[in-house]
Design a protein around this ligand. Structure first.
Ligand code: HEC
Length: 119
């Protein structure tokens, strides 16, 4: 019983810290939010969104995670592949829409459906 209460208190505290840090980024996170906007390749629908979280998400997805390498097929338009020495032009129309084949697997469509969640 006592350990359950400790666990609940710990999880509550962690949740509070996570929520606070996500909504009010510190100096390091503010730089990531700015960078996230700078490297975002697509128009953004900001209606009802937390701008800090959108910027941070872009930093993670477009910078750290390189999610588009696999979840955009192909990642670049013809003539825009930096790995072929061309100036980078992202495939905006297929951005994060999935479709790259890995043997029996295929990368998933990460774009939001009508409910706002990944398809
Ligand atoms: C090396 C290629 C690769 C990269 C990089 C990659 N993914 Fe994926 N991802 C895949 C593949 C392939 C699948 C489908 C796996 C399957 O069907 O079992 C997938 C599936 C997913 C799914 C669906 C999981 C589910 O349970 O249906 C999500 C969400 C996802 N990826 C998010 C991301 C995010 C966010 C990033 C960047 C942080 C990322 N992926 C980077 C290849 C990649």
């Amino acid at each position: 019983m006592k350990s359950t209460l400790v666990l609940v208190a710990l999880l509550t505290a962690l949740g509070t810290v996570a929520t606070a840090s996500a909504q009010q980024p510190g100096a390091g996170e503010a730089a990531k939010v700015r960078k996230g906007y700078a490297i975002n390749p697509v128009p953004l629908n900001m209606v009802g969104k937390n701008p800090q979280l959108v910027g941070l998400g872009s930093y993670i997805v477009n910078g750290q995670g390189a999610c588009t390498d696999c979840h955009t097929s192909p990642p670049y338009v013809a003539g825009g592949d930096p790995f072929l020495g061309q100036p980078t032009v992202t495939n905006v129309d297929g951005f994060l829409a999935g479709g790259t084949e890995f043997g029996p697997f295929i990368s998933r469509n990460l774009t939001p459906n009508a409910s706002g969640r990944p398809d």
